[in-house]
Design a protein around this ligand. Structure first.
Ligand code: NZQ
Ligand code: ZN
Length: 390
């Protein structure tokens, strides 16, 4: 392992088909007023909302509702939530939904007691709330697997007016205090969102895996997670009601981005930087935006980080490589990834998401570039990647 790091994760997880039973115990740790953030209605249709509200009522909580947290939550909606949290002096935020609701809740929790322009400070300047600032605790009841937001400090918010989708990772004060992961809750996720979530998980692992050249325990854990995900995803697309597959996907999602497999690694995250900008223009599900630029990106990264791509081919895709050059083995690994993506039904181009050539300058301008993984991309490189991905 290279580098020096500390590892601390304050999120308590409850996992399994009966995990919602633990909510009432957790509620005892918090004051009477609960802000219930949720999305555009799926939790009402599938009955999860009723179950959660019944538990909150039973615990004697005053529920302040904030519905309509959209996928890829907006700054405008964040401002609404911050006002509600301030007006009602809430003691706990329950994020009931997918990554969007969870990310959004962190934004509200961080901003409610911040005296200043929180968009500028927390997202544009990437600051954390001042050390002595009050932070509202968050509990997450996850309904969709993908982002890992249930056990990390990530919060991605979109400024629609300026077509800017900005992600940031808050310090551990903004990580959920507890998260309830019930794989049964994910069974009603629409097909496209399930697939997008699967690729989001895969890409989170790849973003951390494809960097550095040392022998690192994190990479072995990543390989195991990727192998498991590949198998589970194949089963889930054939039978989305397969509990075993969906539960493995849900658990993998959490470990893919709860900081564990990134320890001791410089990491990459450029597919996410490009993907966020593609998302701001196309409003595609996050995982689709990542998938659409991945092949062009990794073909470039492969040349610079060849040994790791050879290892990826061998250890993740079981390509023996006999009689092949390293370049051929690495390329075969990427082909295997591509075949799996096609098998899952993921988009491989930004054109499939509705992006057009005239959007490329804007998507390029919205992509944050920095030296990452095996590459040091400049805006012209991003434009090339986007053109290759059309
Ligand atoms: O709005 P509702 O009704 O909740 O419907 C949602 C939404 O339309 C629906 N859905 C969720 N659970 C469902 C369900 N429908 C039926 N049954 C269920 N059980 O699915 C749609 C997508 O939900 P969303 O929360 O937007 O998806 P996801 O979990 O992929 O979150 C995406 C957001 O997370 C950010 C993304 O950029 C994007 O804004 N990310 C957050 C990260 C983090 N915190 O670390 C990292 C990621 O890389 C990502 O950037
Ligand atoms: Zn992601």
């Amino acid at each position: 392992m290279q580098g020096n790091f500390s590892y601390y994760n304050p999120t308590k997880l409850y996992f399994g088909d009966e995990s919602l039973n633990f909510l009432s115990d957790e509620l005892k740790n918090y004051g009477p007023t609960v802000l219930l953030n949720y999305g555009s209605g799926s939790v009402k249709r599938n009955g999860i909302y009723d179950r959660v509200v019944a538990i909150l009522r039973q615990a004697g909580k005053t529920i302040v509702e904030n519905p309509g947290v959209m996928s890829n939550p907006t700054l405008e909606k964040l401002r609404e939530g911050v006002k509600i949290a301030r007006d009602h002096k809430v003691d706990l935020i329950i994020a009931l939904g997918g990554g969007s609701v969870c990310d959004y809740s962190k934004g509200v929790a961080a901003a409610a007691y911040f005296d200043g322009d929180y968009w500028d400070a927390f997202w544009l300047q990437q600051q954390n709330p001042p050390k002595d600032q009050k932070i509202i605790p968050i509990g997450c009841i996850l309904t969709m697997a993908g982002t890992g937001s249930e056990m990390n400090g990530g919060s991605v918010i979109t400024d629609v007016e300026h077509m800017l989708k900005v992600g940031r990772v808050f310090d551990s004060r903004l990580m959920p205090k507890f998260s309830i992961l019930n794989p049964l809750f994910t069974l009603t996720v629409p097909d496209n969102q399930m697939k997008a979530g699967i690729y989001d998980i895969m890409n989170h692992i790849m973003e951390q895996y494809f960097s550095d050249s040392d022998d690192n325990t994190s990479d072995y854990i990543s390989e195991g997670l990727m192998r498991g995900l590949i198998v589970a995803a194949r089963k889930a697309v054939v039978n989305p009601q397969d509990y075993e597959a969906r539960s493995n996907i849900m658990w993998t999602a959490t470990w893919a981005l709860n900081t564990l497999v990134g320890l001791g690694k410089r990491q990459d995250w450029m597919v996410h930087m490009i993907g966020h900008s593609v998302g701001a223009y196309t409003h595609a599900p996050h995982g689709y935006a990542l998938a659409s630029v991945s092949m062009a990106y990794y073909r470039r990264a492969m040349k610079a980080g060849l040994p790791k791509f050879v290892r990826f081919a061998r250890n993740v895709w079981s390509i023996s490589g006999e009689g092949m050059t390293d370049e051929q083995i690495a390329a075969a690994g990427l082909e295997a990834l591509k075949s799996w993506m096609l098998e899952i039904g993921l988009p491989l181009t930004i054109g499939e998401l509705g992006a057009t050539p005239d959007m490329i300058p804007g998507i390029t301008a919205g992509t944050i570039c920095y030296p990452a993984g095996y590459l040091d991309l400049k805006p012209d490189d991003i434009t090339e990647i986007l053109n290759e991905s059309l």
